[in-house]
Design a protein around this ligand. Structure first.
Ligand code: BES
Ligand code: MN
Ligand code: MN
Length: 450
């Protein structure tokens, strides 16, 4: 396998580059045609790699690509999930090279989606080709590649519910997460859930002169800032009543095990140009992102932000707020608690409106399954160390749904790194991670026996 990957390295990279050139931004309707073209590219590449059937399934949003390689119904079946959509590339001016013109610099592929998730998803397509060309496949593979992960997977939920039989599998394999480092490989065993709301605070019925009215009429931006600030106490805890009620606290043993992960806080701070980390008192950085829930403002606006100074007391203020959730919090319950609290703390001088966006449930994946053991062996074989089970802070809402609707174990065998800067300008993916990832996926199929 390794030999085959090595001798086809250039073509594997060229094909990924062609995929990265398609600006499949799911959030922005101006790219709708590109998203569709990207689905067609993925379908074509699956066919070429050797699936028996491929279908582009239309949805109310972007299409889902579904393909199968069935060797024998009596053999175990792996369902591979990935996404071909990407985050918007804005702000474009912060990219050193254009986001949809991939380029290799210092052993890294620079492009939007290089890691999240085109690079990682395409490793599975090339692993299928490698296995088939080398008589290495001994199980059935189903591919489910969607185009709406970055906007909440709304239509995938229905697709999964309507296609339970077709998607039937013994496990789900996903590469859309990261590792601690190439020297200390890890497998993700936990993802946070998400509750996302947009708030609007309205004061007077129009923008006012900030001198004529200032001091006598509530300024919605001042009010919103104060409301947001009040949602954390001095210990960094979220003040929404009931917010922590369902949070599962880890046992001292589990926390000790987590603390053994080789995480270097000095390097972490250096890589972000910060002098100090910040967060909930009493928890380490890895705990703050892995096992604790959060509340963050993702964007805030209102009033005058143009050039120069305009003296205005704005009529409205807005913010987009996300809450990352951990087991056993429910996104619906937390959204409800937020809405009630936000309305309660609003002073009589303003009106507030809260609009919930998409949500997702937290997920935990077991380490005592045959699927996990096969992944662990494969990573060890290719990366030279037993991978550490780690909880990631990001969210993949469909993971909890796979477990609930299909009753299968999910394995999150991702090969990204923090330095890949997913969702940021200059996203990249190591060429080594791409090629070793393909090799690891091939090794996984060697070890997985159902
Ligand atoms: N692949 C990421 C999630 C991720 C990244 C998990 C790194 C673990 C480590 C995924 O594409 C993503 O960005 N998810 C969104 C959620 C979605 C509902 C917009 C997220 O986490 O913000
Ligand atoms: Mn992703
Ligand atoms: Mn993403």
């Amino acid at each position: 396998m390794k030999q085959y990957i090595e001798s086809n390295k250039q073509r594997f990279l060229d094909e990924l580059f062609a995929l990265l050139r398609i600006p499949s931004v799911s959030a922005d309707s101006k790219f709708k045609g590109d998203v569709k073209a990207c689905a067609e590219f993925v379908a074509e590449s699956l066919k070429k790699a050797g699936t028996d059937t491929v279908e582009i399934c239309p949805t109310d949003g972007h299409p889902i690509v579904y393909g199968e390689k069935i060797l024998d119904a009596s053999k175990p079946t792996v369902l591979v999930y990935g996404h071909y959509d990407v985050q918007p590339a804005d702000p474009y001016e912060l990219w050193d090279t254009p986001p949809f013109e991939p380029e290799i610099r210092d052993g890294r592929i620079y492009a939007r989606g290089a890691c999240d998730d085109k690079g990682q998803m395409y490793m599975h397509v090339k692993a299928l080709e490698t296995l088939l060309e080398n008589n290495g496949l001994d199980c059935n593979i189903k591919f489910l590649i969607e185009g709406e992960e970055e906007v909440g997977s709304d239509n995938l939920e229905n697709f999964v519910k309507e296609n339970r039989e077709r998607l039937k599998a013994d496990m789900v394999l996903i590469s859309d997460t990261s590792m601690l480092s190439n020297e200390d490989p890890s497998i993700t065993v936990g993802l946070r859930g998400l509750s996302y709301v947009e708030v609007e605070v309205t004061g007077p019925n129009r923008d006012l002169h900030s001198g004529v009215y200032g001091g006598a009429v509530a300024n919605p931006i001042n009010v919103l800032s104060k409301m947001i600030a009040s949602m954390h106490d001095e210990k960094g805890r979220i003040t929404i009543p009931g917010f922590y009620d369902k949070v599962v606290e880890l046992s001292p043993e589990d926390r000790e095990a987590m603390a053994k992960a080789p995480f270097n806080e000095e390097e972490y701070k250096k890589s972000l140009d910060i002098d100090a980390v910040a967060g909930e008192e009493g928890y380490s950085t890895l705990e703050r992102t892995g096992i604790r829930p959060t509340l963050d403002v993702n964007g805030i606006w209102g009033g005058y932000t143009g050039e120069g100074a305009k003296t205005v007391l704005p009529s409205k203020a807005y913010a987009k707020i996300s809450m990352r959730l951990v087991p056993d919090q429910s996104s619906e319950e937390i959204t409800q608690l937020f809405v009630e609290h936000f309305q309660k703390i609003a002073p009589a001088s303003v009106k507030v409106k809260v609009s919930p966006h998409h949500g997702g449930e937290p997920a935990q994946t077991p380490t005592d399954s045959n699927a996990y053991r096969a992944a662990s062996k494969a990573v060890e074989e290719v990366w030279g160390k037993t991978p550490i089970p780690m909880r990631d802070g990001g969210s993949i809402p469909i993971v909890a749904l796979f477990e609930k609707e299909l009753k299968v174990n999910v394995v999150l065998m991702g090969f990204g790194l923090d330095e890949d800067a997913i969702h940021s300008p200059n996203e990249s993916y190591g060429v080594e991670n791409y090629l070793k990832g393909i090799e690891t996926i091939c090794a996984f199929y060697k070890h997985y026996k159902g």
